[in-house]
Design a protein around this ligand. Structure first.
Ligand code: X2X
Length: 340
């Protein structure tokens, strides 16, 4: 009888625990954070900083680990968002480009020549546009927390200096797997081929493609000049911010205190990531550009007139994608930039 009472009491205890809200002891042993590139790319540095800050501040309750190379989705960066929504990935620091096939509004940052400078990019991410984008992400079932930065994407190639659309004629360009990039390079007369980042690197090495577009931090960490990419044109046509986000159920499983730690850590890691992403690429610090020139690379800066020729030739793409993204959101973005 006594034994039975004990067993019953234990059973009740187990049942009560099952109903109780989740506590730290129910946390996973590890939370997997997806990125495309690892440290020392600024993107990887931002993700690492996030995991470190959360680990310290939760005293190890929340143990995050970065999985670069989008290895959790077999290297297919365009599947990262869906995998996070479904919980195959717990968390990610992802590019707006890579999530744009699922979240059309994210193509805003890929509208050609929308953002002329860093202040314009900040006016979007830190203003009402950023708020609205986060709202759209929440509606799509993930929890966005903060922004970081891949950067302004400059065009490089192995064949010739690019100063005008005619110079793009026939160039085989690797572009990311997001349709607006295909549209832009087709409009400019190039021959774009969509490829994941995993496939892009061997394609550049073997010369299967003539050129590519990526932030100069990616270019320099990868030593792309050694892959024949020794002609760079600074055209600032688009920039991709990065977003720190989590799967909704993972977020809901954290206590409010831990949610606050995770959010605050993402904000701080994002600020650090943006600083690293811009280092040597600002008006008062051009050291990264100098390093690139020192390697024998031709760095072309466009005149206002030359830039305008690219703006004009891509204008139909801008208009087509404005309709898809939503004219109101694009208008809000244009106003935020004008008032920056
Ligand atoms: O694939 C690319 O070009 C990269 C690394 O910049 C992105 O993931 C958008």
């Amino acid at each position: 009888m006594k034994l039975m009472k004990t067993m019953l009491a234990a059973g009740v205890a187990v049942a009560v625990m099952g109903l109780a809200p989740l506590h730290a002891q129910d946390y996973k042993e590890e939370y997997r954070v997806s990125t495309v590139v690892p440290a020392p790319f600024p993107w990887g540095i931002a993700a690492e900083r996030w995991t470190e800050l959360v680990g310290e501040r939760t005293e190890g309750r929340i143990n995050m680990k970065v999985y670069p190379g989008v290895q959790l989705v077999q290297g297919d960066q365009t599947r990262e968002f869906t995998a996070m929504r479904r919980g195959i990935i717990d968390m990610a620091v992802g590019s707006t480009i890579n999530w744009s096939p699922q979240v059309t509004e994210l193509n805003l940052f890929s509208l050609p020549f929308l953002m002329p400078d860093y202040a314009a990019l900040d006016a979007l991410t830190q203003g009402p546009v950023g708020e609205q984008i986060f709202e759209v992400l929440r509606e799509n079932g993930v929890v966005p927390l903060a922004w970081a930065e891949n950067g302004f994407r400059e065009v490089t190639n192995s064949q010739r200096e690019i100063r005008k659309p005619a110079d793009m004629e026939g160039l085989k360009m690797r572009v990311v797997g997001s349709p607006i990039f295909n549209d832009m390079f087709t409009a400019m007369g190039a021959n774009p081929t969509q490829m994941s980042w995993a496939d892009a690197q061997p394609a550049l090495t073997t010369g299967a493609v003539d050129g590519q577009e990526n932030p100069l931090t990616i270019y320099s960490v990868l030593n792309m000049h050694e892959l024949g990419q020794d002609k760079v044109t600074l055209w600032h046509y688009v920039a991709d911010p990065l977003i720190f986000a989590l799967n909704q159920e993972v977020w809901d499983s954290f206590t409010p205190e831990d949610q606050e730690i995770v959010r605050q850590a993402a904000i701080e890691a994002g600020a650090h990531g943006i600083e690293v992403a811009r280092k040597g690429l600002t008006d008062d610090d051009q050291t990264l550009l100098d390093d690139i020139r020192d390697k024998g690379v031709t760095v072309v800066t466009l005149t206002e007139e030359e830039r305008q020729a690219f703006v004009d030739i891509t204008r139909p793409v801008y208009e087509k994608w404005t309709d898809m993204i939503g004219a109101d959101l694009v208008k809000m973005a244009e106003e935020s930039i004008a008032n920056r």
